[in-house]
Design a protein around this ligand. Structure first.
Ligand code: PLP
Length: 372
């Protein structure tokens, strides 16, 4: 049995008739950008997140960048980011001319460690970007406490966590602005790129709406040097269909994670993900840790189980940040994670039979009696 890491087409196949109808509706409308589908998606996604304002944009990376720009965070500013994250979090900060200042993760959730933030704050720090990594919410209460004490903005990177709850509250329902991604492989995926900002702040939403459309509210009147980053009608129409299934899909992911957590418990040298008491994750990824990751990866591949590494190169080690004009520091925990993490297949369309096969393959691959 071959088990792919994730079958992104399965969610589109499940909703084929509705997606086809959405496609034809958009094609016939003759309106492909800044139209009614995007407006409807914005209203529906805002409601899903708990009632704020949603501004749909071109990508998740743009969503982060536009929040920074709308807050006039740019050259000279520092922004605290997780050392352990996907590079997009850092790139959004770099692209506005600000400096990403990395902070190590907490050992239990792999998200930004609130206890290490204070040491990284300088007079130039303007914001903190916690990332709800792998679908597990960051420790928002503790992070917001630090931010309040120091007068900093919190910007949430929820690219991997639409629908997750923190202290019972859905991400996007709180005060700080949240960036989402609709990249096809995410929990709510388009059939191309897409992203959104969700915020309770009407003025911020209004400013981002202007920035995403060439800095213009009225055609050919350009208030600032904005950009072009708009969720197109086709993506919006398809996302509207898929949003109706997001909760069910997240529930299915949680059921698979529950099976992995119970059926893989107690294996030597396999550290399972932990869920903080205040968190309801949406299991974008199911990430285990092993000191013998390469061997485990190889054995699982031989058994037909595709696994991936998120992420093999820590951002501070990537060539993109090899030549910074500031000292970037050292991040031993992040480096250790980059050597040990391994993501097992998970997704709303992974069958029970496939989960069983993954469990058996992991058990066999970690059985030392079988080691050569
Ligand atoms: C995917 C992702 C992004 C960027 O989203 P795109 O839509 O690909 O631009 C940002 N942050 C994290 C943590 C992500 O996983």
């Amino acid at each position: 049995m071959h088990i792919p890491f994730l079958d992104v087409s399965a969610s589109n196949a499940e909703l084929e008739a509705d997606i086809d109808a959405a496609y034809h509706r958009v094609m016939k409308s003759g309106q492909y950008v800044l139209g009614p589908e995007m407006e409807a998606f914005e209203a529906e996604f805002a409601a899903y997140c708990g009632g704020g304002h949603c501004v749909a944009v071109g990508t998740g990376c743009d969503a982060l960048e536009l929040i920074l720009r709308a807050n006039d965070i740019g050259p000279g500013a520092e922004v605290i980011v997780p050392a352990h994250t996907f590079i997009a979090t850092w790139l959004a900060v770099s692209s506005v001319g600000a400096r990403p200042v990395p902070v190590e993760p907490a050992e239990d959730t792999y998200t930004l460690d609130p206890d290490r933030i204070e040491a990284a704050i300088t007079p130039r720090t303007r914001a903190i970007i916690p990332v709800h990594l792998y679908g597990h919410p960051a420790a928002m209460r503790a992070i917001e406490d630090v931010a309040t004490r120091h007068g900093l903005l919190v910007i949430q990177d929820a690219a991997q966590a639409p629908g997750a709850r923190c202290h019972g509250q859905r991400l996007g329902s709180g005060c700080s602005p949240v960036a989402f991604s609709f990249y096809p492989g995410k929990n709510l995926g388009a059939v191309g790129d897409g992203g959104a900002v969700v915020t309770s702040d009407a003025a911020l939403a209004d400013r981002i709406r202007m920035l995403r459309n060439y800095g213009s509210r009225v055609k050919y009147e350009h208030e600032v040097r904005g950009t072009n980053s708009r969720l197109d009608e086709l993506q919006a129409a398809i996302l509207r269909v898929k949003l109706t299934r997001l909760d069910a899909w997240n529930t299915r992911r949680a059921a698979i994670a529950g099976r992995y957590l119970s059926e893989l418990a107690g294996i030597d040298d396999v550290l399972l993900p932990r869920v903080a008491s205040w968190a309801s994750p949406v299991w974008h990824l199911f990430v285990i840790r092993s000191k013998r990751r390469a061997e485990l990866h190889r054995r699982l591949a031989a058994a037909g189980v595709e696994t991936l590494v998120h992420y093999p190169v820590p951002v501070h080690r990537s060539n993109a940040y090899a030549a910074t004009d500031w000292p970037i520091g050292s991040f031993p925990l992040t480096e250790r994670l980059s050597h040990e993490v391994l993501s097992l297949p998970i997704g709303p369309h992974l069958s029970e039979q496939a989960v069983t096969a993954v469990v058996s393959a992991v058990v066999e691959a970690t059985d030392d009696k079988e080691s050569p």
